[in-house]
Design a protein around this ligand. Sequence first.
Ligand code: HEM
Length: 306
Amino acid sequence: MSIIVGFLPSITARKPVKAREKLIDAIEAYYRAGGVQDASSLARNRYQIGVDHGISVHDVARYEVGGSLAILLNTAPATFWTLLLLHSHSGLVRDIRKEIDACTETTLAENGSPLKTININSLKESCPLLLSSYQEVIRYRTMGTSVRMVMEDTYLDQWLLKKGAMLQIPSRVIHQDTDLWGATAAEFNPRRFLPEEKPNRPRDICFRGFGGGKTLCPGRHFATNEVLAVVAAFIARFDMKPAEGDGWEIPTAENTNLAAVVMEPDRDILVEIETRQGFENVEWAINLDRSGMTFAMVTEDIGETE
Ligand code: HEM
């Protein structure tokens, strides 16, 4: 927060600035030791693009601190909330499991055990309740604020936005607006984004989880693939229940970092996880081939024109 405020950060944000430099040095040392050669193709390509464009290794490391925010900061809590909200909503995991099971391929692994393969495309084609629940998690748990400069005096109905002003568009206010989303706007409704619910939803543009316009999140499909793959594999493989008490308690998210779009839980949730009964000897694979097939959630993907 103190770095983002940006008032003489070398004095007012001495500790976080020092921490950031430490992180940059650590990433640079990792690059120089050749660590990235064993990393994912995403990490390798991010590094190589910088180097190919004449950027110093030190500066690539510096960029990577910002890049890590975009890549990690929202995807991890999005996965957390998806798992938690799906499990805490009565009967939902059972229904979503049916969808995932129905599109999971079973063959034989080399050791003779059943091999179950979850295909990311099949999830996007055949699991409407999983997709709707995921999109609802993003609607329900995001609080990003798009910030824009007003380039020309512009009227929005009777409201004048003055040239040069800074405009802030808080997604949470839009997502909680009962005029748009109806009386249940403040509730988690996993069926809200099912195709048949379209008449009960506002225009697609009212979903602002990934922002919109010129700075629409370019990582939205990447993040969606990651979250869906982890959540589907988890639900297919494991049973999870709260470690304490009978019911799930949803944590507050009052201390979310200003840079985050997805809210961060204020405390850990203790859980007990077991392998799903009857699946003890199963081998698992996740197939991400042709993962470029997109799950269209934002107006820019759907092509809404009005
Ligand atoms: C669930 C996960 C994610 C959420 C909810 C999310 C959300 C957002 C939002 C709301 C914005 C601002 C859009 C605007 O200003 O209108 C944004 C920007 C951005 N996101 Fe994401 N994001 C996620 C994951 C990712 C991932 C995985 C990557 C990279 C692989 C990424 C890369 C970026 C970048 C580079 C920008 C800045 C775009 C620009 O200014 O042109 N995001 N994201």
